[in-house]
Design a protein around this ligand. Sequence first.
Ligand code: ZN
Ligand code: ZN
Length: 144
Amino acid sequence: MANERTYRGSCFCGAVEIEVKGEPAAAGYCHCSSCRRWSAGPINAFTLWPPSSVAVTRGADQIDTYNKTPHSGRKWCKGCGGHLFTEHPAWNLIDVYAATIPDYPFKPGVHVNYQETVLRIRDGLPKMKDLPGEMGGSGTSVPE
Ligand SMILES: [Zn+2]
Ligand SMILES: [Zn+2]
């Protein structure tokens, strides 16, 4: 669509450039221990896009992938180690880390995997115990 906005991002060193277009299917914060250990931060700010909305525009040969499970293909730059995005084939969605696309006006809607949190956020947004039902979770909400 001609009027879809495009947002650009890159890895830490700039060798890999990506673009996302349109609007994500969902955006929020994940508190799970996998995100914590992979990102080396307490929380991962995620934006989930259909694969057709995400393009690598430069440095595709610099990208490597780590699959701890078949559900997550974690992509990073071989040059700088900077994280780019994670493919979730079972959901047919790609998690582009909000920090990777700084021009995108991040609008979080939910916190997920809050039962694993190490940093409580009292922002009034819904707190899911794990994941929404349509993504294979319990769909249960928990207190902030
Ligand atoms: Zn890099
Ligand atoms: Zn997570």
